[in-house]
Design a protein around this ligand. Sequence first.
Ligand SMILES: *Cc1c(COP(=O)(O)O)cnc(C)c1O
Length: 361
Amino acid sequence: MAEPIVQTSLFAYPTYDAMLEALKAENRNPVYSRGQNPTVEVLERKLAALEQGESCKCFGSGMAAVSAVFLGLLEAGDHILFVNHTYGPSVKLAKHLERFGISHDLLLDLEPGDVERAMRPNTKLVWLENPGTMLFRTLDLAAIADVARSHGVLTCLDNSWASPLYQKPIIHGVDIVVHSATKYIGGHSDVVAGAVISTARRMEKIFFGSYMLNGGILAPFDAWLLLRGLRTMPVRMQRHEADALRVAEYLRSRPDVRAVYHPAFGEPSASLTGYSGLFSFELASGGFDEVRRFINGLRRFRIGVSWGGIESLVISPNRGNNLAHLDEQRMPHALVRLSIGLEGADVLIEDIGSSLAAIAS
Ligand SMILES: *Cc1c(COP(=O)(O)O)cnc(C)c1O
C-alpha cells in the first residue's frame, strides 16, 4: 500500500548498452539519484497531477526550487518583477543575482494596469504570490497571466500558502508553480522540501540547466514523508481552513484588534477555492513591546518560524530592530502572524483571549 523507499545513490544496468540507452534521457530513467529516483518520481507525478501541470521536479527545499527557476530560466540582462508581498528570501536571492546581471523590482501596491506599467523591455519573469505573504492580499491571476503572456513574459506563482488543493495556478494561465513542500504538503513540521511544476519542455530545461548541476535534490526518505503527508492533506486542509476562519472571525470581533488580514476578508480571488490556516492581524495599539508581550502570553501557540504543520505557531515580522524595513514593506508595526494547527479553534481562541486581556492590564 505504501510506496517503497528506494534508498540508493545509483542504478546498475545489466549491460553497458542498456546503461548508455538510459543515459540518453537521464530525466526519465533512473541512473543516479541526483537525477531521477523512483520514490521521488512517484511524488513528482502526484504533484504534477494535483497542479494539472505536465511535469514536476522535487527539491531539497522550497528555496532550492525557487533557485532552480531563476538559474534555469534567466540570463544576465534579464529582469524579474515581484508582484505582491512575496517571501523574503526569494527577493533576497534576486538581490544576490544582481552580481550576475539579473535585476528586479517589487510591486507592492496594486491597481489595475500596474503590472503592465511596471514591466520593462527586459522583464523575463513575473513572480507572484496569491495571497501575498504577511498581509495576504489577493491577486487576479488570470488578468496578470494574460498581460505577461501578451508581452512574452513568463509567470511563476509560489503556491505554498494555498497548497495544490485550494489553488491551481496553471489552469488560470500561470506558466510555472513552485512550492515549499515544507509547509502544507509535508504538513507535520518534519521535512524541508520544494517542488517546481510546469510544461514538460520547460521542466527539461530546469532539469538539465539547474536541477542536476546545482544538486539541491530531495532525498528518497523525505519524498516518502511527503507522500505520506499527501494522504491526509485534504482533511488537514479542511480543518486548517475552518479553524483559521473561526479564529480570524473572533479576532475581528475584538476592539483591541485593529485589522485581520485574511484573504476571506479582502478582495475575492477567483483562483482560490479554499483558504489555508495562515493569516495575520494587527493589535489596535502599540508596537514591538505589545507584540512581544502578546506572543509571550500565549500558551497553546508555539513560537517559531515556518508554518503549515499540525501545531499552531505565532511570529511577528516586527523584530524590534527593523522598523525601517517594515515601513519600506508597508507593514504595520503591531502585526502578528498565526499558523492555525489542528488543536481545535476553541482552545486557540481561549488562549488568544487571555493573552490579549493580559497585555491590556
Ligand atoms: C517557506 C517558504 C519558502 C521557502 O521554502 P523552504 O522549504 O523553507 O526552503 C518559499 N516560499 C514561501 C511562500 C514559503 O513560505
